[in-house]
Design a binder for this molecule. Structure first.
Ligand code: ADP
Ligand code: MG
Length: 239
Protein backbone atom coordinates (compact mmCIF):
# COMPACT_ATOMS: atom_id res chain seq x y z
CA UNK A 1 0.00 0.00 0.00
CA UNK A 2 1.53 3.37 -0.92
CA UNK A 3 2.39 5.51 2.08
CA UNK A 4 0.82 8.99 2.21
CA UNK A 5 3.05 11.81 1.03
CA UNK A 6 3.93 13.93 4.03
CA UNK A 7 7.18 15.72 3.16
CA UNK A 8 8.53 14.95 6.58
CA UNK A 9 12.19 15.84 5.95
CA UNK A 10 12.90 18.13 3.02
CA UNK A 11 16.07 19.59 1.58
CA UNK A 12 15.74 22.53 -0.79
CA UNK A 13 18.45 23.75 -3.18
CA UNK A 14 21.38 22.64 -1.03
CA UNK A 15 24.77 23.91 -2.10
CA UNK A 16 27.96 22.82 -0.37
CA UNK A 17 31.58 23.42 -1.33
CA UNK A 18 34.80 22.52 0.41
CA UNK A 19 37.85 24.69 0.09
CA UNK A 20 41.19 23.58 -1.23
CA UNK A 21 43.39 26.54 -0.44
CA UNK A 22 41.71 29.53 -2.11
CA UNK A 23 39.63 27.41 -4.45
CA UNK A 24 36.11 26.26 -3.58
CA UNK A 25 35.43 22.69 -4.69
CA UNK A 26 31.68 22.38 -5.24
CA UNK A 27 30.21 19.09 -4.01
CA UNK A 28 26.44 19.70 -3.90
CA UNK A 29 24.90 22.12 -6.42
CA UNK A 30 21.22 22.54 -5.75
CA UNK A 31 20.12 19.27 -4.16
CA UNK A 32 16.39 18.89 -3.61
CA UNK A 33 14.97 15.89 -1.80
CA UNK A 34 11.68 15.15 -0.06
CA UNK A 35 11.48 12.31 2.41
CA UNK A 36 8.18 10.99 3.67
CA UNK A 37 7.66 9.76 7.18
CA UNK A 38 8.07 6.01 7.29
CA UNK A 39 9.83 5.70 3.96
CA UNK A 40 13.07 3.88 3.21
CA UNK A 41 15.01 5.97 0.69
CA UNK A 42 18.39 5.10 -0.70
CA UNK A 43 20.70 7.60 -2.30
CA UNK A 44 23.21 5.99 -4.61
CA UNK A 45 26.28 7.63 -6.09
CA UNK A 46 29.91 7.01 -6.90
CA UNK A 47 32.63 7.46 -4.34
CA UNK A 48 33.28 11.19 -3.93
CA UNK A 49 29.88 12.20 -5.32
CA UNK A 50 28.89 13.88 -2.04
CA UNK A 51 26.72 11.21 -0.38
CA UNK A 52 28.22 11.59 3.09
CA UNK A 53 28.12 15.37 2.74
CA UNK A 54 24.41 15.26 1.91
CA UNK A 55 23.62 12.88 4.77
CA UNK A 56 25.48 15.17 7.20
CA UNK A 57 23.43 18.16 6.02
CA UNK A 58 20.15 16.26 6.37
CA UNK A 59 21.08 15.23 9.93
CA UNK A 60 22.43 18.62 11.01
CA UNK A 61 25.98 17.31 11.43
CA UNK A 62 27.06 20.06 9.02
CA UNK A 63 25.44 23.13 7.46
CA UNK A 64 24.83 24.01 3.80
CA UNK A 65 26.36 27.08 2.14
CA UNK A 66 22.99 27.75 0.51
CA UNK A 67 19.56 26.17 0.67
CA UNK A 68 17.59 24.90 3.60
CA UNK A 69 16.63 21.78 5.54
CA UNK A 70 13.05 21.53 6.76
CA UNK A 71 11.56 19.13 9.29
CA UNK A 72 7.76 18.88 9.30
CA UNK A 73 7.53 22.21 7.53
CA UNK A 74 9.90 24.15 9.79
CA UNK A 75 13.35 25.21 8.82
CA UNK A 76 15.98 23.53 11.04
CA UNK A 77 19.38 24.37 9.57
CA UNK A 78 19.27 28.00 10.76
CA UNK A 79 18.37 27.24 14.39
CA UNK A 80 20.82 28.27 17.12
CA UNK A 81 23.50 25.63 17.53
CA UNK A 82 22.30 24.39 20.95
CA UNK A 83 18.78 23.88 19.55
CA UNK A 84 20.25 22.10 16.51
CA UNK A 85 22.25 19.79 18.80
CA UNK A 86 19.18 18.98 20.86
CA UNK A 87 17.08 18.36 17.74
CA UNK A 88 19.79 16.19 16.17
CA UNK A 89 20.03 14.01 19.28
CA UNK A 90 16.29 13.57 19.50
CA UNK A 91 15.32 13.18 15.85
CA UNK A 92 18.25 11.49 14.10
CA UNK A 93 20.14 8.27 14.64
CA UNK A 94 23.35 7.70 12.68
CA UNK A 95 25.01 4.53 11.43
CA UNK A 96 28.40 4.58 9.70
CA UNK A 97 30.43 2.24 7.53
CA UNK A 98 33.02 1.55 10.23
CA UNK A 99 30.59 1.23 13.18
CA UNK A 100 32.47 3.65 15.50
CA UNK A 101 31.86 1.54 18.60
CA UNK A 102 33.92 2.33 21.69
CA UNK A 103 36.41 -0.55 22.06
CA UNK A 104 36.68 -0.42 25.86
CA UNK A 105 32.94 -0.78 26.39
CA UNK A 106 30.79 -3.90 26.19
CA UNK A 107 28.00 -4.12 23.65
CA UNK A 108 25.46 -3.20 26.34
CA UNK A 109 27.53 -0.20 27.46
CA UNK A 110 27.97 0.97 23.85
CA UNK A 111 24.21 0.91 23.36
CA UNK A 112 23.65 2.70 26.69
CA UNK A 113 26.19 5.41 25.87
CA UNK A 114 23.84 7.81 24.00
CA UNK A 115 21.37 7.71 26.92
CA UNK A 116 24.19 8.29 29.37
CA UNK A 117 25.49 11.28 27.41
CA UNK A 118 22.03 12.76 27.10
CA UNK A 119 21.27 13.27 30.78
CA UNK A 120 22.91 14.23 34.07
CA UNK A 121 24.56 11.60 36.28
CA UNK A 122 21.71 11.99 38.74
CA UNK A 123 19.03 11.50 36.13
CA UNK A 124 20.87 8.54 34.63
CA UNK A 125 21.06 6.89 38.04
CA UNK A 126 17.38 7.48 38.70
CA UNK A 127 16.34 6.07 35.30
CA UNK A 128 18.99 3.36 35.02
CA UNK A 129 16.49 0.49 35.08
CA UNK A 130 14.37 2.04 32.30
CA UNK A 131 17.51 2.78 30.22
CA UNK A 132 18.82 -0.72 30.76
CA UNK A 133 15.49 -2.16 29.59
CA UNK A 134 15.49 0.07 26.48
CA UNK A 135 19.04 -0.96 25.61
CA UNK A 136 18.28 -4.65 26.17
CA UNK A 137 15.16 -4.38 24.01
CA UNK A 138 17.09 -2.76 21.14
CA UNK A 139 19.83 -5.38 21.43
CA UNK A 140 17.19 -8.08 21.20
CA UNK A 141 15.65 -6.44 18.13
CA UNK A 142 18.97 -6.57 16.30
CA UNK A 143 19.44 -10.20 17.37
CA UNK A 144 22.41 -9.78 19.72
CA UNK A 145 21.01 -10.73 23.13
CA UNK A 146 23.64 -13.47 23.40
CA UNK A 147 26.44 -10.92 22.99
CA UNK A 148 25.63 -8.19 25.56
CA UNK A 149 28.82 -8.66 27.61
CA UNK A 150 31.11 -8.89 24.57
CA UNK A 151 33.45 -6.10 23.52
CA UNK A 152 33.55 -4.93 19.89
CA UNK A 153 36.82 -6.85 19.24
CA UNK A 154 34.93 -10.05 20.10
CA UNK A 155 32.16 -9.35 17.56
CA UNK A 156 32.06 -10.02 13.81
CA UNK A 157 31.63 -7.12 11.34
CA UNK A 158 27.93 -7.87 10.95
CA UNK A 159 27.49 -8.02 14.71
CA UNK A 160 29.32 -4.71 15.14
CA UNK A 161 26.99 -3.08 12.62
CA UNK A 162 23.96 -4.56 14.43
CA UNK A 163 25.33 -3.12 17.66
CA UNK A 164 25.76 0.28 15.99
CA UNK A 165 22.16 0.11 14.76
CA UNK A 166 20.95 -0.69 18.29
CA UNK A 167 22.96 2.27 19.60
CA UNK A 168 21.51 4.57 16.91
CA UNK A 169 17.96 3.52 17.79
CA UNK A 170 18.06 3.33 21.58
CA UNK A 171 17.01 6.98 21.96
CA UNK A 172 13.98 6.33 19.67
CA UNK A 173 14.97 8.68 16.85
CA UNK A 174 12.46 9.39 14.10
CA UNK A 175 14.94 9.06 11.23
CA UNK A 176 17.85 6.67 10.79
CA UNK A 177 20.62 8.06 8.59
CA UNK A 178 22.88 5.26 7.38
CA UNK A 179 26.17 6.00 5.58
CA UNK A 180 27.33 2.94 3.59
CA UNK A 181 26.11 0.62 6.38
CA UNK A 182 27.14 -2.49 4.43
CA UNK A 183 30.30 -0.99 2.93
CA UNK A 184 32.68 -2.99 5.12
CA UNK A 185 30.76 -6.27 5.00
CA UNK A 186 30.73 -9.27 2.67
CA UNK A 187 27.66 -9.64 0.43
CA UNK A 188 25.91 -12.17 2.66
CA UNK A 189 26.38 -10.18 5.88
CA UNK A 190 25.49 -6.96 4.06
CA UNK A 191 22.25 -8.67 2.96
CA UNK A 192 21.47 -9.50 6.58
CA UNK A 193 21.98 -5.86 7.61
CA UNK A 194 19.70 -4.76 4.75
CA UNK A 195 17.08 -7.29 5.90
CA UNK A 196 17.29 -5.84 9.42
CA UNK A 197 16.87 -2.26 8.14
CA UNK A 198 13.97 -3.33 5.93
CA UNK A 199 12.31 -5.02 8.91
CA UNK A 200 12.75 -1.96 11.16
CA UNK A 201 11.22 0.17 8.41
CA UNK A 202 8.29 -2.21 7.87
CA UNK A 203 7.53 -3.11 11.49
CA UNK A 204 8.12 0.25 13.16
CA UNK A 205 7.63 2.68 10.26
CA UNK A 206 11.14 3.91 10.98
CA UNK A 207 12.12 6.49 8.37
CA UNK A 208 15.47 5.49 6.85
CA UNK A 209 17.77 7.41 4.53
CA UNK A 210 20.70 5.29 3.41
CA UNK A 211 23.55 6.29 1.12
CA UNK A 212 25.62 3.75 -0.77
CA UNK A 213 27.82 3.44 -3.86
CA UNK A 214 26.39 -0.06 -4.45
CA UNK A 215 23.42 -0.29 -6.84
CA UNK A 216 22.41 -3.75 -5.65
CA UNK A 217 22.29 -2.59 -2.02
CA UNK A 218 20.43 0.61 -2.97
CA UNK A 219 17.91 -1.45 -4.94
CA UNK A 220 16.69 -3.12 -1.74
CA UNK A 221 15.18 0.14 -0.45
CA UNK A 222 11.68 1.33 -1.28
CA UNK A 223 12.84 4.27 -3.42
CA UNK A 224 16.18 5.14 -4.98
CA UNK A 225 17.59 8.46 -6.11
CA UNK A 226 20.99 9.01 -7.67
CA UNK A 227 23.48 11.71 -6.74
CA UNK A 228 25.45 12.76 -9.79
CA UNK A 229 27.36 15.93 -10.56
CA UNK A 230 26.10 17.54 -7.39
CA UNK A 231 22.41 16.98 -8.03
CA UNK A 232 19.83 14.32 -7.27
CA UNK A 233 18.12 12.50 -10.09
CA UNK A 234 15.33 10.00 -9.76
CA UNK A 235 16.48 6.67 -11.17
CA UNK A 236 14.58 6.82 -14.49
CA UNK A 237 16.18 10.20 -15.21
CA UNK A 238 19.59 8.79 -14.36
CA UNK A 239 19.27 5.80 -16.72
P1 ADP B 1 30.97 10.30 -0.81
O1 ADP B 1 30.44 10.06 0.54
O2 ADP B 1 29.95 10.21 -1.91
O3 ADP B 1 32.15 9.43 -1.14
P2 ADP B 1 31.80 12.85 0.29
O4 ADP B 1 30.57 13.58 0.62
O5 ADP B 1 32.54 12.21 1.40
O6 ADP B 1 31.49 11.81 -0.89
O7 ADP B 1 32.83 13.84 -0.43
C1 ADP B 1 32.49 14.56 -1.60
C2 ADP B 1 33.71 15.33 -2.07
O8 ADP B 1 34.04 16.30 -1.11
C3 ADP B 1 34.96 14.48 -2.25
O9 ADP B 1 35.65 14.98 -3.36
C4 ADP B 1 35.72 14.71 -0.99
O10 ADP B 1 37.09 14.58 -1.21
C5 ADP B 1 35.36 16.13 -0.64
N1 ADP B 1 35.34 16.37 0.82
C6 ADP B 1 34.55 15.73 1.71
N2 ADP B 1 34.74 16.20 2.95
C7 ADP B 1 35.68 17.17 2.85
C8 ADP B 1 36.30 18.06 3.78
N3 ADP B 1 35.99 18.04 5.09
N4 ADP B 1 37.22 18.94 3.30
C9 ADP B 1 37.52 18.98 2.00
N5 ADP B 1 36.97 18.18 1.07
C10 ADP B 1 36.07 17.29 1.48
MG1 MG C 1 30.96 8.74 2.00
Amino acid sequence: MPKPASDYLVAQALDKSYHKGQHPVPVLRGVDVRINKGEFLSIVGQSGSGKSTLLHLLGLLDLPDLGRVMLQGSRIDDLPSATRDELRNRVFGFVFQFYHLLPELTLLENVLAPLMIRCSAMEYWRRRREFHDSASEMIEQVGLSHRVRHRPSELSGGEMQRAAIARALVGRPEVLLADEPTGNLDAHTGGEIMALLTKLNADQQLTIVMVTHDDSIAGQAERIVRLREGRLQSLDEAA
